[in-house]
Design a protein around this ligand. Structure first.
Ligand SMILES: Nc1ncnc2c1ncn2[C@@H]1O[C@H](COP(=O)(O)OP(=O)(O)OP(=O)(O)O)[C@@H](O)[C@H]1O
Ligand SMILES: O=C(O)[C@H](O)[C@@H](O)[C@H](O)[C@H](O)CO
Length: 171
């Protein structure tokens, strides 16, 4: 089982992705850890990434997905082209999109400490770049509930989608 958790910065990819990985007992990788240092520095200074900045990063994540038999990866995957880069050669990849509005996500950003993602204008840029996946492309999950409920919702959606091969270790 290979899953990418998609969504803008602050939508909960790291939190939900890591907890889902625990429930399903598969390795979790946070896409944030695969950025080249220049990207991290750019975001730290409050500048959004552009297409060029994201190319090598997406390639690294594509390779990571190829190299692992089972995994969950957190990656913003904001556009169809970015998602195609992740999927290239990874036909069985399941995408899960964490859907929420600007106000909710900005509130969560403000409650989060010590992250390099810097400022409201960067979050605006994420929403400007975002072209949401369709229901054919990804499982679409609301981020309004508490994390445990979101994870339950994802697991039941995965169970209903054909031959996902998932095994929940928590009941
Ligand atoms: N369902 C939720 N309910 C309440 N708080 C949440 C929920 N999901 C995430 N959070 C909190 O919102 C903040 C953002 O979540 P998280 O860091 O997982 O987002 P992210 O998409 O990984 O962000 P980034 O892409 O910037 O790394 C964190 O403080 C997290 O604990
Ligand atoms: O495509 C992007 O712009 C990036 O993925 C950002 O979203 C950051 O990596 C991260 O999520 C910030 O914390």
């Amino acid at each position: 089982m290979k899953i990418v958790i998609l969504g803008v910065s602050g939508s909960g990819k790291s939190l939900i992705g890591s907890q889902l990985a625990n429930r399903l007992t598969v390795p979790f990788f946070d896409g944030d850890d695969f950025h080249p240092p220049a990207n991290v520095e750019k975001m730290r200074q409050g500048h959004p990434l552009n297409d060029e900045d994201r190319v090598d990063w997406l390639l690294r994540l594509n390779r990571l997905i190829k190299e692992n038999q089972s995994l969950i990866v957190a990656c913003s995957g904001l556009t169809p082209a970015y998602r195609a880069s992740l999927k290239e050669g990874n036909e069985t990849l399941q995408l899960v999109y964490l859907k929420g509005d600007f106000d909710l996500i900005w509130r969560r950003h403000q409650q989060r400490d010590g992250h390099y993602f810097n400022g409201q204008s960067m979050l605006h840029s994420q929403f400007e770049t975002l072209i949401e996946p369709t229901a054919e492309e990804a499982l679409i999950v609301s981020i309004e509930p508490e994390p445990y409920t979101i994870i339950d919702n994802i697991i039941s959606m995965l169970n209903s989608s054909a031959d996902s091969g998932i095994r929940d270790t928590d009941g």
